[in-house]
Design a protein around this ligand. Structure first.
Ligand code: DSN
Length: 441
């Protein structure tokens, strides 16, 4: 048997025996895996349903149209006013397709500052400092003139008046909300008013929250945003992929921006899986699930605050919690590796006003979508919060040097030491026992 299957088996065991707490990860449904692994992957269908460059599309046209319809139904939208494109291969490509459809090279974009919780696909460059030009890191920042808004340094949430003022001075052509580590809900109505007041289009990237919004447990960007993009594998519980929903009159530009503008053939096997996940969002079971995801994250935040941790913004409105580890004298790298040995898989992340770098940031991002899919609730969350705290307290005295050379030897020595750390491995055993009670789907 190919070695790949051996590795898949090992990865399956890892997903079963550890706590998947990276907020952007989730377990999809067995029927989605069936669709994604199906013969639909054999088909080329460049173009749109009913307007392809290839023959033999009788059935795949129906798959894609059904998925488009379900995308609108999931968010309570009428076909007369909105249009969905389900072909983007990823969130980054969905966002690029939007820029390609509505912006000219050099146009201004206003988006959230990445270390505050934004996303690379909304542009990222290091701002210019005295005597040094800004350093463009992403393609989006190289092509467009991207300006960032920040969270309020005190409250760590958006100050809409400040964002409005910034928009007035920048006059962007596109304003974007959304990101990867903003723990609070967004006032989409206010953001759309800000965009309108400066004549900008407003795009809400709801990649993280799509499932929670479809379930009606978070604010919806509809009907306020002109454009909404999202990935399909996070809280939505589908396979990897992405969707763009726009006002009907903007639909043709999006379709042409995807093909021939940016992509070739759609991944119809993924689109079939996305269609199944979208339909599931309408069930009572999913709505209950989404509610529990947020409840679990709120309890996790409360428990961590009670234990003396600096939780960014003081809590959460969604599925993720961000801990600023600076007050504990440690950082995200040290803690995330310690947690991994203990069987808890989270990720290191920047926090507002971070003094570290994206590779060695000061925060830890931890989320509840996947463990809630397994059926974990308040009781388990409290146990997990206890383990997280024990791990942080256990590893916080391993101090990472700031000198890059000394840091390299520290990183190696630290990994070797914790690999055999009995305390962490003891927690990993307890994690495994808990995991056995909550089978993965
Ligand atoms: N990788 C996603 C996340 O973890 O939030 C964003 O692209």
């Amino acid at each position: 048997m190919d070695k790949i299957f051996d590795l898949i088996k090992k990865e399956e065991a890892r997903q079963r025996e550890t706590l998947m707490m990276i907020p952007s990860e989730n377990y999809t449904y067995p029927e989605v895996r069936r669709a994604v692994g199906s013969i639909l992957m054999h088909k080329y269908a460049e173009g749109d349903p009913g307007r392809r460059y290839y023959q033999g599309n009788e059935f795949v046209d129906q798959v894609e149209s059904l998925c488009e319809d379900r995308a609108l139904v999931a968010f309570g939208l009428s076909k007369d006013k909105w249009q969905a494109n389900v072909q983007p291969h990823s969130g980054c490509e969905a966002n690029l397709a939007v820029y390609n459809a509505f912006l000219e090279i050099g146009d201004k974009i206003m988006s959230m500052f990445l270390p505050d919780g934004g996303h690379l696909s909304h542009g990222w460059h290091l701002p210019a400092q005295a005597g040094v030009d800004d350093k463009k890191i992403t393609l989006v920042s190289k092509i467009y003139d991207v300006h960032f808004y920040h969270v309020d340094p005190k409250t760590q949430v958006f100050n809409y008046e400040k964002i409005a003022k910034l928009a007035k001075s920048i006059k962007p052509k596109l304003i974007i909300t959304g990101g990867t580590a903003y723990t609070r809900d967004i006032n989409y109505k206010k953001m759309s008013q800000i965009a309108k007041s400066v004549g900008a289009l407003y795009m809400a990237d709801i990649a993280h929250e799509a499932g929670l919004i479809a379930a009606g447990v978070m604010n919806s960007p509809f009907p306020y945003a002109d454009i909404v993009t999202f990935t399909t594998h996070k809280t939505l519980r589908g396979p990897r992929g992405a969707v763009i929903i726009v006002r009907k009159d903007m639909g043709e530009k999006i379709d042409r921006s995807i093909i021939p503008g940016l992509q070739g053939g759609p991944h119809l096997h993924s689109i079939a899986g996305i269609a199944i996940a979208l339909k599931n969002t309408q069930t009572a079971v999913f709505k209950k699930y989404a509610k529990q995801v947020i409840k679990n994250a709120k309890i996790l935040a409360q428990e961590l605050v009670k234990k003396g941790y600096d939780v960014v913004s003081g809590g959460t409105d969604k599925h993720l919690v961000l801990i600023d580890l600076r007050s504990k004298g440690t950082n995200g790298w040290v803690v995330a590796w310690g947690l991994e040995i203990a069987g808890i898989i989270a990720n290191r992340n920047t926090v507002p006003n971070d003094s570290g770098s994206p590779f060695y940031p000061s925060g830890l991002r931890i989320g509840t979508p996947a463990i809630t899919t397994r059926g974990m609730k308040e009781k388990e969350i409290k146990i997990i919060a206890g383990w997280v705290s024990k791990v942080i307290e256990h590893v916080k005295d391993f101090k990472m040097p700031s000198d890059p050379k000394a840091r390299q030897s520290f990183l190696k020595a630290y990994r070797e030491k914790i690999d055999k750390d009995e305390f962490l491995l003891g927690i990993a055993d307890e994690v495994k026992t808990l995991c056995q009670k909550f089978p993965v789907p």
